[in-house]
Design a protein around this ligand. Structure first.
Ligand SMILES: *[C@@H]1O[C@H](CO)[C@@H](O)[C@H](O)[C@H]1NC(C)=O
Ligand SMILES: *[C@@H]1O[C@H](CO)[C@@H](O)[C@H](O)[C@H]1NC(C)=O
Ligand SMILES: *[C@@H]1O[C@H](CO)[C@@H](O)[C@H](O)[C@H]1NC(C)=O
Length: 421
């Protein structure tokens, strides 16, 4: 069976399933293929705040409502119990996770190596965001997560609604009064949303002191991940596959999505190693802190909308960093053009440090350089370890030395320079 007949077999099965269910009225794919046990539930589970508190740090859990009604669970280490600096003005920093990840990713390596803890102990007011749809942000003022409309968003909406809401909320707190800008740190999708926000609503550049973008993902032309390159032609365009796959909750337990994903991904035995190796390849250098793995597995994947994945696959196919492709007809309605508009990254004039690596198979060096060349205030930091990969920014056992310490040093330099005035 070749890959095309394999894919079409899945479609045929889905069509039969949908047809039989259609006797009860309009097809609701979500209900039809959804497994009720598939959803992330926080009941009885430890949160990021529980974990940071267990290490002795002051911990807060905030619920932040976005302009379009999503309610985000955002965590905060407001000050350091070691410094007892709660009555001083603390510079604010926001950490934003990657795709299928969540705030827990930042604290997996514990108080000695984890960036949030190190920042708190350096005197910062630390916020950890959670994008809509992740374990901590499955809440809305009117929509249930069982309503497919809840899942109609990509990272564009995370950028312009979620990130803006978190920044403004942090600046409105008591510590935020009198401050008008924050430091930002993003990993992977946490960088994509930065590029999308700062080019779409350029006024937000003035709310940034320094930004640190780990494994920056925007243009994806030279990306080497075999899985993404393989899926791109199927799902990176408006077609029957992507319509079926779109606007769903993506989790390994969602049988409908996973059946579709894996049947497209491995219709024949040849591609099986590609899929299985996808996770492993994120840490190809073999310098992962294995002690942190059990906690990583317990907290990931944290969920997302399949539209976020489709949007990335569209970028990989088109070679452009641009808005979501709804297909010609809807693009004309939404954007007034047949093709989605490109993000004007030339407008990102905030001070953006891009941290990138040769072995990153989701953020190719050529693509990072291309985006950086178009940004007026980009500073490049090339990781010297040739085996440094996408996941190393989170779980390499030397993140403290190679990433966290230099990042904090840059923030400190900024703070010292601007406190003199
Ligand atoms: C690895 O992760 C564990 C668990 O969070 C942590 O205790 C340890 O300090 C981390 N770093 C190294 C270098 O082992
Ligand atoms: C959803 O948000 C509301 C309003 O902040 C809150 O009261 C409720 O506990 C949240 N529900 C969940 C499941 O987080
Ligand atoms: C990157 O893309 C350019 C332009 O498409 C191409 O010429 C080059 O060979 C690619 N490099 C790699 C390593 O894929």
């Amino acid at each position: 069976m070749n890959r095309f007949t394999g894919g079409f077999l899945v479609l045929a099965l889905l069509t039969v399933g949908a047809y039989s269910a259609a006797l009860d009225g309009p097809i609701n794919f979500f209900k039809l293929y959804d497994n009720p046990e598939a959803h992330v539930s926080l009941k009885g589970k430890e949160t990021t705040a529980d974990r940071t508190a267990s290490h002795g740090y002051p911990s807060e859990h905030h619920h932040i409502t976005t302009e379009d009604g999503y309610i985000l669970g955002v965590f905060r280490i407001p000050y350091s119990h070691k410094l007892q600096n709660q009555n001083e003005k603390r510079p604010i920093v926001l950490l934003q996770h990657g795709l299928t990840s969540c705030s827990d990713a930042w604290i997996l390596q514990g108080p000695n190596d984890g960036l949030p803890y190190m920042l708190a102990d350096a005197g910062y007011d630390v916020w950890m965001g959670n994008a809509r749809g992740t374990s901590y942000s499955r809440n809305h003022t009117t929509l249930s997560t069982e309503n497919p409309i809840f899942w109609q968003f990509s990272w564009h909406e995370i950028a312009i609604y979620d990130i803006t809401a978190i920044i403004d909320y942090a600046l409105r707190t008591e510590n935020g009064q009198g401050q008008d800008a924050i430091h930002y740190v993003g990993h992977s999708q946490g960088t994509t949303v930065y590029f999308a926000l700062m080019s779409t609503i350029p006024a937000y550049n003035y709310k940034i002191k320094t930004a640190h973008l780990f494994a920056p993902v925007a243009i994806m032309k030279n990306l080497s991940s075999p899985l993404v390159r393989y899926l791109g032609p199927y799902l990176g365009h408006r077609n029957a596959y992507s319509i079926l796959f779109g606007s769903q909750e993506f989790l390994p337990h969602n049988e409908f999505v996973m059946a579709l994903f894996f049947n497209i991904c491995q219709p024949d035995i040849m591609w099986r190693p590609v899929c299985e190796g996808a996770m492993k390849s994120l840490y190809s250098g073999g310098r992962v802190n294995m002690t942190a793995m059990p906690e990583a597995m317990a907290t990931h994947p944290a969920g997302c909308s399949t539209d976020q994945m489709l949007h990335y696959l569209q970028e990989q196919q088109s070679g452009y960093f641009r808005q979501y492709d709804h297909g010609t007809k809807k693009n004309l309605q939404v954007y007034g053009s047949e093709e989605p508009p490109e993000y004007p990254v030339e407008l990102i004039n905030s001070l953006a440090h891009l941290w990138y690596a040769d072995s990153d198979d989701l953020a190719a060096v050529e693509d990072v350089l291309q985006i950086a060349n178009r940004m007026p205030n980009a500073v490049l930091h090339h990781m010297e370890d040739p085996e440094w990969n996408h996941g190393d920014f989170a779980l390499n056992w030397e993140v403290r030395k190679y990433v966290n310490e230099p990042v904090i040093a840059i923030m400190e330099e900024y703070e010292i320079e601007y406190s003199r005035t």
